[in-house]
Design a binder for this molecule. Structure first.
Ligand code: FES
Ligand SMILES: [Fe+2]
Length: 349
């Protein structure tokens, strides 16, 4: 069901404060994250092997030891139990928990869930979100969606829903018709939806010139397996150069929590030319953060969850969806992911 040998976004770096034990379920596995004294991140199975109390209800002790809050067994980042305070203090050889490779990149904590050696070079490049990238990053935001992660990816990889679901700010009637081009390179899919000489969406108008004048729009959304998405969109003068325009680069990182739930982390930055030199940058960043959250939480989330419920409730009636031309991107992504999961299964069996 899941691709296991891959990095998954677990939480924003700022969520994992020093001294904290932060629980997350990822790919149906209960995990506890913490920072070592060195500041590096660590992750263990969040399940004490004694009576199965979740370890995140315990304490993080000096020496990077996680103490179970129930009877006090202590575990180090390798997963070994190093202290049993009871009786003869003997530690049984099977008293240990699984340790996972975790890494911090691009203001995000990532975890490797597979049995193959974790490869740091496979952390996807979201370096524009680094604090020192030079980009003005919006709020690093998060939603927990009650639907399978593939439906959330489908929603993003087919933006033909924008004029309807997001009419007003990030969608508009002029963006219904678009020439769609799907490109695949290895395990990466790009969907281009450029538009010429159209009225800008409310969001692009605010990002660009704030005059409502017609624009050309670039729109490229990129998916990489298993679920890393980057949306690059913007507006520029009709017939002109993209370098004269401005836009938004949006990161959408989807992590399967369970089959039925998705951890959705998102953040964005403005790109291109700043036309309003006097603009209050803090107010703009706040507005962009709120506009995006409104679209994802109040518009995308309810319809994705309702759509997922219909599939769960009426499985027989929803096995064969009617496909539109606009579905070409999501179909391609799902096919790639299916093949990768199958290959991984065959190699490990
Ligand atoms: S359940 Fe953890 S020490 Fe008993
Ligand atoms: Fe949407």
């Amino acid at each position: 069901m899941y691709l296991r040998n891959a990095w998954y976004a677990a939480m924003w770096s700022e969520t994992l404060g020093a001294g904290k034990l932060v629980p997350r379920t990822i790919l149906d596995e209960p995990l506890v994250f913490f920072r070592k004294t060195s500041g590096e991140v660590a992750a263990l199975t969040d399940l004490c092997p004694h009576k199965f109390a979740p370890l995140h209800l315990g304490k993080l002790l000096p020496g990077d030891r996680v103490q179970c809050g129930y009877h006090g067994l202590e575990f180090v980042p390798s997963g070994e139990c190093v202290r049993n305070p009871h009786g003869s203090e003997r530690i049984s050889p099977n008293c240990k928990v699984r340790s996972y490779s975790a890494i911090e990149r691009h203001s995000m904590v990532w975890i490797w869930m597979g049995s193959a050696p974790a490869d740091p070079s496979l952390v996807p490049d979201y370096s524009f979100m680094n604090d020192d990238s030079g980009y003005d990053i919006t709020r690093r935001d998060f939603l927990r969606i009650n639907a399978n992660y593939r439906l959330v990816a489908d929603n993003l990889m087919d933006l033909s829903h924008s004029p309807y679901l997001h009419d007003g700010v990030i969608g508009g009637p002029d963006t219904i018709k678009a020439e769609i081009r799907v490109e695949q390179e290895g395990n990466t899919v790009k969907v281009h939806r450029p538009k010429q000489n159209v009225r800008p969406t409310g969001l692009l108008d605010r990002v660009y010139r704030k005059d409502g004048a017609r624009v050309d729009i670039w729109s490229t959304i990129r998916w990489a397996a298993p679920c890393y998405i980057l949306n690059d969109t913007g507006a520029y003068p009709p017939g002109g150069e993209r370098s004269d325009g401005a836009g938004v680069l949006g990161a959408h990182l989807l992590t399967p929590e369970t089959e039925d739930t998705t951890l959705y982390h998102f953040a964005a930055a403005r790109t291109g030319t700043l036309f309003d030199k006097d603009e209050d940058q803090i107010a703009f960043r706040q507005w962009l953060s709120d506009a995006r959250r409104h679209a994802f939480a109040n518009q995308d989330e309810p319809i994705i969850e309702a759509q997922y419920q219909m599939r769960k409730t009426y499985p027989a009636a929803t096995t064969k969806p009617v496909l539109l031309e606009t579905d070409a991107g999501p179909v391609r992504c799902n096919r790639i992911l299916d093949e990768m999961i199958l290959k991984e299964k065959l190699l490990s069996s």
